[in-house]
Design a binder for this molecule. Structure first.
Ligand SMILES: [Zn+2]
Length: 459
């Protein structure tokens, strides 16, 4: 039996034993990976769990009645699955409501309706709406050099999400600032509203919402995303001449309300105070049902913990499932978790955390924040997983937005990465619904997560 250093994943390899990467995988781990995969595919419950969440709380933006229903569902489901220490940990969250009408009508040179949605956190237009000429830019950098040209205009940031990256999250990372910062950047040059091109490489008529932030000291102007098809149409009209449009948003800010993270555990047999955290987020944008983002992650976490019980595996360390609230528009669940558990975190209790917030597609890899010898020491443990086609271990990243708050405490951070080609066809849109998720792909993600959690909890 290996003796673990408290609060550390440093392996025996550091003490002079052969590097684990060079060894053949332990037969028991190969068997565990096989058992998990077979159970997940044969009689797994991931898809049932996902459909249960979506039925109980189809719309669950932070602060909404649906978010309360999601918390209640999470608690009841964790208890039904036999998890221990099941509890709600209260956090305050922002409550923003989209409102009833979102309209973007081209008035001249000819009448056209464009598909838009308010960005999360946007202010409304005046009750009568807002009419102005459009100014198109291709980037925030271009916007900063525009001088007086944006005065009184609706700024249209038409920056396509790059297509060349294999991992679409990388393309998202390169482009997301137009959504997050577009309003204040446009306000800084005198614009009256901002329209940003939706963050997807697909050309379709679905607007993609998402979080935006107003910078202090700048006028708060209405901010909306336009579908990629709408962006192409608007851009083509602007090449012909001036375009006037009418924008109408009636979203509202209701301040802060109480909500909660949902927590449940598989208690460790030998080191119950040491934690391997499995995280996903319970809240979702309001246009669809958050099936991929992040209902799939919630199903992964719950099913992984069920699968480990189903194969009779009791971890040495405690595996703690956390369904975070408010990942999408405030990260208050993650911040609240770090605040509430600060003493335990400072004592080094959280040895590892894995986040699943990349959708319900087939698993491809676990990213890992460790480097060098610490990373190499883990590789051997993940070989049984990669041999079954359920993911390799790769360097890089903070695992995900919710667990990133654990980085200052030395927690090793992992992220479940899945095939990402189709994720941004659905992300933050009305199409992110149950039918967008494949049962087998979702099941494999849960099996991969269960395996990764078990090897990190046992070593
Ligand atoms: Zn998410």
């Amino acid at each position: 039996v290996r003796r673990a250093v408290v609060g550390s994943l440093l392996p025996l390899a550091a003490c002079g034993a052969a590097p684990e990467a060079a060894r053949a995988p332990e037969p028991a781990l190969v068997q565990r990976a096989r058992d998990l995969q077979e159970r997940a595919l044969r009689d797994g419950r991931a898809y049932e769990l996902l459909s249960g969440l979506l039925a109980a709380a189809p719309s669950r933006l932070s602060g909404s009645p649906g978010a309360d229903a999601a918390v209640a569902w999470g608690l009841a489901t964790m208890r039904e699955l036999g998890l221990r220490n099941v509890r709600a940990e209260e956090v305050m969250v922002p409550k923003w409501v989209r409102g009833q009408r979102e309209l973007c009508s081209v008035l001249s040179p000819r009448s056209v309706e464009l598909s838009i949605c308010a960005l999360g956190g946007s202010v409304a237009t005046s009750p009568a709406g807002l009419t102005a000429e459009v100014l198109e830019v291709r980037s925030l950098e271009e916007l900063r050099t525009i001088g007086d040209a944006a005065q009184g205009r609706i700024v249209f940031v038409n920056r396509p999400m790059p297509r060349a990256f294999r991992r679409t999250f990388q393309a998202y990372g390169e482009t997301a600032a137009i959504r997050t910062n577009g309003a204040s950047e446009a306000a800084a040059v005198g614009a009256v509203a901002v329209l940003v091109r939706s963050l997807t490489t697909s050309i379709d008529d679905l607007p993609h919402t998402g979080a935006m932030l107003y910078r202090d000291g700048f006028r708060r102007i209405p901010a909306a995303a336009i579908s990629t098809q709408g962006a192409e149409t608007l851009s083509a009209m602007l090449r012909e001449g001036p375009v006037r449009l009418h924008l109408w948003l009636d979203c509202q800010d209701h301040g802060e309300v109480p909500s909660a993270n949902v927590v449940g555990e598989l208690v460790g047999s030998e080191l119950p105070d040491e934690i391997v955290l499995l995280g996903a987020h319970l809240d979702a944008w309001d246009l669809g049902h958050g099936a991929h983002d992040d209902g799939a992650g919630c199903a992964h976490v719950l099913e992984a913990m069920r699968l480990l019980q189903a194969i009779g595996h009791r971890p040495r360390r405690t595996i703690r499932g956390v369904l975070f609230m408010n990942e999408e528009n405030g990260l208050r669940g993650a911040l609240g978790y770090a605040e509430r558990h600060r003493a335990a975190l400072e004592a080094g209790s959280h040895v590892a955390a894995i986040e699943t917030d990349a959708g319900g597609f087939a698993p491809e890899a676990f990213t890992c924040s460790l480097r060098g010898a610490e990373l190499e020491a883990l590789r051997g443990l993940f070989v049984p997983l990669s041999e079954l086609g359920m993911g390799t271990l790769v360097e890089g990243g903070a695992g995900g937005a919710d667990i990133a708050v654990l980085a200052p405490y030395g927690t090793a951070l992992f992220g479940l990465m899945v095939a990402s080609h189709r994720y941004f066809d659905y992300h933050h849109t009305a199409a992110d619904r149950l039918e967008a998720v494949n049962e087998r792909e979702l099941a494999l993600g849960a099996a991969a997560l269960a395996y990764a959690a078990s090897v990190l909890a046992d070593r």
